[in-house]
Design a protein around this ligand. Structure first.
Ligand code: HEC
Ligand code: HEC
Length: 293
């Protein structure tokens, strides 16, 4: 049985073990070691609670912080995509229309983003495919009121037509009947004449009515729609010889147009959409249904 005794040099007790005269001092484990041991255990428990840690067979402890590597990766991928988007949008800002149209990679982004922008801002009036409807022109038809060059389209969209903008494009089809400019007979004949120009049914209309309609047209309508009725982009007056109608080509509708006049309203987007969005929309509209202006 070992017996403890006091070591005369250090003043500590010994463990009582003795090997050939060598005795072992009874020194406690240093506090700092105990401290780090305790800190390590606390850290481990904290980590298990906060982070994904223990496998539980079909699942695992998720941790209170909700950190998930899958989410982290998804976010990084999204950030990278956003950076790429910003890169092409920035490129577009610095690119002229003709350069952009020649850049297929850029136009790919423009068409994708343009479709969304158009759906959000324009489709309510022009339709999701931009083909319009009664009162709203078909933008894919290339039958332009104001012109189909990108710069012209941008100006139309920026300023609007009969809009609240000070510099708005202004157009008006006068009310020839209501304002007493033409008699009912004159309107009847000019309507027949106009409908004959685009091949809308003119059966039952005699030559005499058509020729008097032609005279009424030359005197009252040609100033805006042109001698040949092909329209005038200076006044936003539509081509009356093609098959595209804003309001409609049937007898009743054309009569109403000439009798009561028309004035379409297109909002101005200059203050509402950032310049890059205007550019994207312009290129989108321009390239609808082929790229001939
Ligand atoms: C509130 C309805 C409305 C909305 C929304 C609208 N437009 Fe229009 N837009 C019109 C009308 C109406 C006209 C024709 C005006 C007229 O009859 O003179 C028109 C005409 C145009 C024209 C002129 C076409 C030509 O032949 O010169 C362009 C281009 C156009 N819109 C593009 C757009 C774009 C792009 C947007 C979305 C940013 C948009 N519009 C949103 C009603 C609208
Ligand atoms: C002051 C210029 C002006 C004169 C004069 C004028 N128009 Fe117009 N006309 C317009 C404008 C601008 C529009 C487009 C209105 C709109 O879209 O809001 C239009 C539209 C029309 C339309 C509708 C076309 C469609 O696509 O639905 C018809 C039809 C028409 N005009 C016939 C006539 C006839 C017939 C006369 C002569 C009796 C005449 N216009 C005289 C400016 C004029």
């Amino acid at each position: 049985m070992a017996t403890e005794k006091l070591d005369p040099v250090t003043g500590r007790t010994t463990t009582g073990h003795e090997w050939n005269g060598i005795e072992e001092l009874n020194t406690p484990v240093p506090r700092v070691v105990l401290f780090f041991l305790a800190a390590g255990i606390l850290f481990a428990i904290g980590y298990w609670l906060l982070m994904p840690a223990w496998p539980l067979g079909w699942t695992y402890t998720k941790g209170l912080l909700g950190i998930d590597q899958r989410n982290v990766v998804t976010r990084q991928v999204e950030e990278a995509a956003a950076e790429r988007n910003a890169a092409w949008a920035e490129k577009l800002t610095a690119t002229s229309y003709s350069e952009a149209l020649g850049d297929e990679a850029l136009m790919h982004h423009v068409r994708e983003t343009g479709r969304t922008l158009f759906a959000d801002n324009c489709a309510a009036c022009h339709g999701i495919n931009a083909t319009g409807g009664p009162g709203f022109p078909n933008l894919a038809a290339k039958s332009w009121l104001w012109g189909g060059e990108p710069e012209t389209i941008e100006e139309t969209v920026r300023l609007g037509i009969n809009s609240t903008n000070d510099d708005t494009r202004v157009s008006q089809m006068p009310a020839f009947g209501r304002d007493g400019i033409l008699s009912r007979d004159q309107i009847g004949s000019v309507v027949a004449y106009v409908r004959s120009l685009s091949g809308e049914a003119s059966s039952g209309v005699d030559e005499a009515a058509l020729s008097s309609g032609r005279e009424v047209f030359a005197a009252n309508c040609a100033s805006c729609h042109g001698e040949d009725a092909k329209g005038n982009r200076e006044f936003g007056a539509p081509d009356l010889t093609d098959s595209h109608w804003i309001y409609g080509g049937n007898l009743q509708t054309v009569y109403s147009t000439v009798y009561g006049g028309r004035q379409g309203h297109m909002p101005n987007w200059g203050g509402r959409l950032p310049p890059t969005d205007l550019k994207i929309l312009t290129l989108y509209v321009y390239s609808l249904g082929g790229v001939t202006p």
